[in-house]
Design a protein around this ligand. Structure first.
Ligand SMILES: [Zn+2]
Length: 124
């Protein structure tokens, strides 16, 4: 067995340990083993299984950052409107909106922390 084969075996067992399932089917492209992992069908030859887990984490982080920057922009907009607004009722409405956005920001940064904690704990 060459190094490449050993690597494949290692990746296959890794993915099974992570909760992946053997599909008992072969890859139409290369005839390699197909596995079901995180809702995706992956081939031990065609897909880099190690990369799949990494990409999932990155996309969660990306989403968190996107929400954070979006909400930060909105907070700025609302704050500017609030500054200009003279109608008390509208001010109240804007202030409530601000609080909601701040709450979203808090929740997002909290979930980001939990996410990284989970990931380092899993570390698999
Ligand atoms: Zn394949």
């Amino acid at each position: 067995m060459d190094t490449k084969e050993k690597e494949k075996m290692k990746r296959t067992s890794d993915i099974l340990l992570k909760g992946g399932k053997l599909l008992g089917e072969s890859c139409p492209k290369c005839g390699g083993l197909l596995l079901q992992y995180q809702g995706r069908t992956v081939c031990v030859n065609c897909d880099n299984i190690n990369e799949i887990g990494k990409n999932m984490v990155v996309s969660t982080m990306d989403m968190t950052l996107r929400i954070q920057s979006l909400v930060s922009k909105k907070i700025e907009e609302v704050a500017q409107n609030l500054e200009k607004e003279e109608d008390i009722e509208k001010q109240t409405h804007l202030a409530e909106l601000l609080l909601k956005y701040i709450e979203v920001l808090r929740k997002v940064s909290r979930s980001k922390k939990n996410e990284s904690k989970k990931d380092s704990k899993r570390n698999d």
